[in-house]
Design a protein around this ligand. Structure first.
Ligand code: XUL
Ligand code: CO
Length: 440
């Protein structure tokens, strides 16, 4: 690949691996795409992706003021020209950073038009342009999605809207987003239902809304499959924000929903760190629930704030949290089809063009470091054996009969009488914590 054209990020050239001791802030300390850990390259483990909306669409505005971030790629008056400039900036950034994937919503690529037809025309033009850039660079789409939450028409929900007219619009938008994803060779397709929930249960028929959501997902799946999409659909759980309550509350809720509505063959989960903590769980808990269901598909990487109770979407930098997450992922045999999408935004006061590089370099290095640590924990600490031994009373004899479903409650009762009070066995939590910390 020739070196990327420099227009929007003049102070930064291609980012290289220089090792842990480098002083260069524009270098990787841990992330080497071809370095092998646990039988796969770091690139294969992660498939890092740029989140188009945060990286190139977010100017830092918040409910208290307009955005201070100067985004030179958003200056053209014409929406399609502006979308092309944005795409140039995105590809310059990704090529310099060595990111090989991106994720998008339909209207991150280009602004929504005033009519459905105008939006469709714009999507055609910008996906043509995207294909050119993708062919030039080899960068691909990790997943596409439709923004079914920003437009006022979705104020009462999209697929779960009580008005069928709005549900139809949501359907049209998902069809177009699927067409765009398929055209760009997208590996997966995501549903995040920010407005699929309620603001008040008083005016909500939850049962009907959930039935509609399932019908909607089934029809999207059928359309995509008929049109050649072979990738995985992901649901991204989040408990609330913007709705008071969202139906895709957490991983366990979504697993139950997918099984109940017969969607489990086509859908898996996209687990986001800060959504897990909003649901009152740890990131690793959500990963484990998804993994145990055979549905650990993909990750939206970010972190929350320990004190603030909202979705702050900060770049990941908590090595201890990530190492525990990597333990879960390694044990699960990796992500199924997905990758690591940086669904994270710069802080409002990070206004230099190069700050986007610092943010992603830090995130990629943290993931790499956590994976290397977790692999060592697994191989060198003895933690896997300890955990296995904790359950060994189920490996043979009556314990095994019980686990296989071959021991009745009366037999448990009899055994308890026969063997008397069981000996106490320590859970040894502090030892486990030390075993992980040794390698962090
Ligand atoms: C919102 C969120 C979304 C999804 C895609 O919290 O995470 O950006 O990832 O719609
Ligand atoms: Co997300």
């Amino acid at each position: 690949m020739s070196s990327p054209e420099t227009v929007y990020f003049p102070t930064v050239s291609t980012i290289q691996y220089e090792g842990p001791e480098t002083d260069n802030p524009f270098a990787f300390r841990y992330y080497q795409p071809d370095h092998r850990v646990a039988g796969r390259t770091l690139h294969e483990h992660f498939k890092f992706a740029c989140a188009y909306w945060h990286a190139f669409g977010n100017d830092g505005s918040d409910p208290f003021g307009r955005g201070p971030r100067p985004m030179k790629w958003l200056r053209a008056a014409d929406p399609v020209e502006r979308a092309r400039d944005k795409m140039d900036a995105a590809f310059e950034f990704m090529a310099k950073l060595g990111l090989r994937h991106f994720c998008f919503h339909d209207f991150d690529l280009v602004d929504e038009g005033v009519s459905l037809s105008e939006s469709e025309q714009r999507l055609q033009l910008i996906t043509d342009y995207a294909l050119e850039k993708m062919n030039e660079t080899g960068i691909g789409v990790l997943w596409g999605t439709a923004n079914l939450f920003s437009h006022p028409r979705y104020m009462n929900g999209a697929a779960t809207n009580p008005d069928f007219g709005v549900v139809s619009w949501a359907g049209a938008q998902v069809k177009n987003a699927l067409d765009a994803t398929i055209k760009l060779g997208g590996e997966n397709y995501v549903f995040w239902g920010g407005r699929e929930g309620y603001m008040s249960l008083l005016n909500t028929d939850m049962r009907r809304e959930q039935d509609h959501l399932a019908r909607f997902l089934q029809s999207a799946r059928d359309y995509a499959r008929e049109n050649g999409f072979t990738g995985t659909f992901f649901i991204e759980p989040k408990p609330c924000e913007p709705s008071k309550h969202q139906y895709d509350y957490d991983a366990a809720t979504v697993v139950g929903f997918l099984r109940h509505y017969d969607l489990a063959d086509d859908f898996k989960l996209n687990i986001e760190v800060n959504h897990a903590t909003l649901a009152g769980h740890t990131f690793q808990h959500e990963l484990q629930v998804a993994a145990d269901a055979g549905m650990l598909g993909s990750i939206d990487a970010n972190r929350g704030d320990e004190q603030n109770g909202w979705d702050t979407d900060q770049f990941p930098n908590n090595l201890y949290e990530l190492t525990q997450a990597m333990l879960v992922i390694l044990r699960a045999g990796g992500l199924q089809g997905g990758g690591v999408n940086f669904d994270a935004k710069l802080r409002r006061n990070s206004t230099d063009a190069e700050d986007l590089f610092h943010a992603h370099i830090g995130g990629m290095d943290m993931f790499a470091r956590a994976l290397i640590a977790a692999d060592r924990v697994r191989r060198e600490s003895g933690i896997e054996e300890l955990r296995r031994e904790r359950y060994e009373s189920f490996d043979a004899g009556a314990g095994n009969d019980f686990a296989q479903g071959n021991l009745s409650l009366s037999e448990l009762h009899k055994r308890a009488h026969d063997s008397g009070e069981p000996a106490m066995t320590s859970g040894k939590q502090e030892l486990y914590e030390n075993l992980v910390n040794r390698f962090v």
